[in-house]
Design a protein around this ligand. Structure first.
Ligand SMILES: Cc1ncc(C[n+]2csc(CCOP(=O)(O)OP(=O)(O)O)c2C)c(N)n1
Ligand SMILES: [Mg+2]
Length: 578
């Protein structure tokens, strides 16, 4: 256990030195008067006289939080976000809710309005310092973070930083919130001594007791029609291999329902699509893996005798207010360790395995034919359909390119993608995540291409001007594809779902759903030195993608394709009922 000693001009400098020492590469910041000592310390670091995470100026808080989210997805290491006191925190809460529900650790921080009215260095010095204070600043995020605290003195600094980071990284992971008062940040420690590396480590996810594994293995081994439903499995891409093995060895079909990651590549023998509806009725034993919503009870029905095993790091999702899915056996632990343990403990009837293999293989062949025919029909004309867009993007992607989707893109049409390459929205669904998440992924690995697919609404929620500003400033050449149906289609779909024959159904543009006049989105990126193009017809998309990727690959510029997509009420309603 080593000790390090630095000469720190301020507590802010000591704090940033600690963050850098603990592996925090970046501080995604949106600054205000509370940042004075932080900016001073970062300046010292820029002059090579101190250590600190690299600061990134992000002109909207939601983008900053999403960048930290995306960066964690690529690296597995939590990053720091610092926002301006109460008001900045308020703007970041949507992103924090996404991170919390997707169990993304991050050190979410904000300055704290100066406590003192005069006297101490850092005391109030501008009129906003009175009105900006709240009685309970952390109250805004307390339900969404695992821990919150205010740095109260310099003596506690190392304990506080380590506690924040270890709690964030302990399973189930999530964001933590730390407020940093201006006076404390301005304190002058002189010599600052700290342990390096830290002696404090996060809690790892365990595995369930062996009896429970045996019981689950027995239920699955005896099942006539076992089924796995997964959603957030594969956040750690290395976990996918054990699921591939279990599903293949024992012929258990896997439905990837609203997947946030590649749970299982689509070309796997047991990938059974993305909709649980058609499979649920037949299944007699269902294993859910990191699936907060394995099906929709009002739309999908499990059989009366079906047994359900829920597995994951917190399989009952204890911090959701209500969630009533049947669970005959509930297995808490690292989901890959559970899958591996089940593989080791299972045995299954050879005839049953052969039958399942045959059935799934036939279904896959049929699906291939249907998809092929569909794509042929969709390959010309405009406005174009989503499967065609997904297909063209898939054709343009290299094997290890990453794709972020905050859209209705049917990922099944991308072609089979490798683990760790496709990222979907948090189940919290707080729009405005994709643009920032793509930037975070790209920042973490400049050697791979990042595609960012967004609905027209989602693109606007994602603060395109701030996002493209960061893309230009950090030279992150992301290829964004907007699925532009000129509306909040999902909101119209849900209106018609509840009122199928209602007044809204008689209007082509219902109130609070149409996004018209529709902006020339391709020009926003141009204002930041990027490449923009509007694409009207299906047959033009492959060429447009080529041009966009030339800008990305060769010119190292960000690109946006404003792709005009179709919307059809009947299709939307059919989708909503799946
Ligand atoms: C922060 C936030 N505000 C509002 C919503 C509600 N909402 C869900 S989907 C949606 C429309 C998204 O529009 P778009 O990205 O164009 O996709 P489309 O529905 O047209 O496919 C809205 C507004 C939300 N999920 N998050
Ligand atoms: Mg839309």
């Amino acid at each position: 256990m080593g000790k390090q000693k630095i000469k720190a001009d301020t507590a802010a400098e000591a704090y940033l030195t600690l963050l850098a020492d603990r592996g925090v590469d970046y501080l995604f910041g949106n600054a205000g008067t509370d940042f004075a000592s932080v900016i001073e310390a970062l300046s010292k670091a820029q002059l090579g006289e101190a250590k600190a995470p690299t600061p990134v100026t992000v002109p909207h808080e939601n983008v900053a939080v999403a960048m930290a989210h995306g960066y964690f997805l690529a690296t597995g290491r939590p990053q720091a976000v610092m926002l301006h006191v109460t008001v900045g925190t308020a703007n970041g809460v949507c992103g924090i809710m996404n991170a919390a529900r997707e169990r993304i650790p991050m050190l979410f921080t904000a300055g704290r309005t100066p406590l003192t009215e005069e006297g101490l260095p850092g005391a109030r010095s501008i009129y906003i310092h009175w009105a900006q204070e709240l009685f309970d600043q952390a109250g805004m995020v307390r339900e969404l973070v695992k821990w919150d605290y205010e740095l109260r003195n310099l003596e506690q600094l190392e304990t506080v930083v380590d506690r924040a980071l270890t709690i964030a990284m302990s399973e189930p992971r999530g964001p933590v919130y730390l407020t940093l008062p201006r006076e404390i940040l301005a304190e002058k420690p002189g010599d600052f001594i700290f342990e390096s590396p830290s002696s404090r480590n996060p809690t790892l996810a365990g595995i369930p007791n062996p009896n429970a594994i045996d019981q689950a293995a027995d239920m699955l081994s005896k099942a006539k029609n076992p089924l796995i439903i997964s959603s957030s499995y594969g956040q750690n891409s290395k976990d996918v291999a054990v699921l591939e093995k279990l599903a293949d060895q024992f012929a258990i079909p896997v439905v990837c329902y609203r997947p946030r990651y590649v749970n299982l590549p689509t070309d796997h023998s047991m990938h059974a699509g993305f909709e649980p509806g058609p499979k649920l009725g037949n299944a007699d034993v269902i294993l859910t893996l990191e699936a907060d919503t394995p099906w929709i009870p009002s739309l999908h029905k499990i059989g009366p005798d079906t047994k359900v095993i829920q597995a994951g790091v917190d399989p009952l999702f204890a911090n959701y207010p209500i969630r009533g899915f049947r669970s005959d056996l509930t297995l808490s632990g690292d989901s890959a360790a559970i899958v591996k343990a089940l593989s080791d403990a299972m045995s299954a009837d050879k005839d049953r395995i052969a039958t399942t293999r045959k059935v799934v293989a036939e279904e896959k062949l049929l699906l291939q034919d249907t998809q092929k025919a569909l794509l042929e029909r969709q390959s010309v004309g405009g406005p174009m359909e989503y499967p065609w867009v997904a297909h063209c993007i898939g054709q343009a992607m290299n094997a290890d390119d990453a794709l972020v989707s905050e859209s209705q893109l049917p990922v099944g049409f991308l072609g089979s993608r490798a683990p760790g390459t496709v990222f979907g929205t948090s189940p919290a669904g707080g729009l405005g995540w994709g643009n920032g998440a793509a930037l975070g992924l790209q920042l973490a690995d400049r050697s791979r291409r990042v595609f960012n697919v967004a609905g027209d609404g989602s693109y606007m929620f994602g603060n395109p001007t701030p996002a493209h500003f960061v893309g230009a400033a950090l030279e992150l050449p992301i290829c964004t594809i907007i699925l532009n149906n000129r509306m909040w289609g999902s909101v119209r779909k849900s209106t018609l779902g509840l009122h199928p024959e209602g007044a809204a159904s008689r209007l082509n543009r219902s109130p609070l759903t149409a996004l018209e006049p529709n902006p020339e989105f391709e020009k926003i990126v141009e204002a930041n030195g990027g490449y923009g193009e509007r694409v009207d017809n299906a047959e033009d998309l492959p060429g447009a993608l080529e041009r966009a990727l030339k800008a990305v690959d060769v010119e190292k510029r960000q690109a946006v394709l404003n792709v005009q997509t179709s919307y059809d009420d009947a299709q939307a309603l059919a989708d909503a009922r799946r």
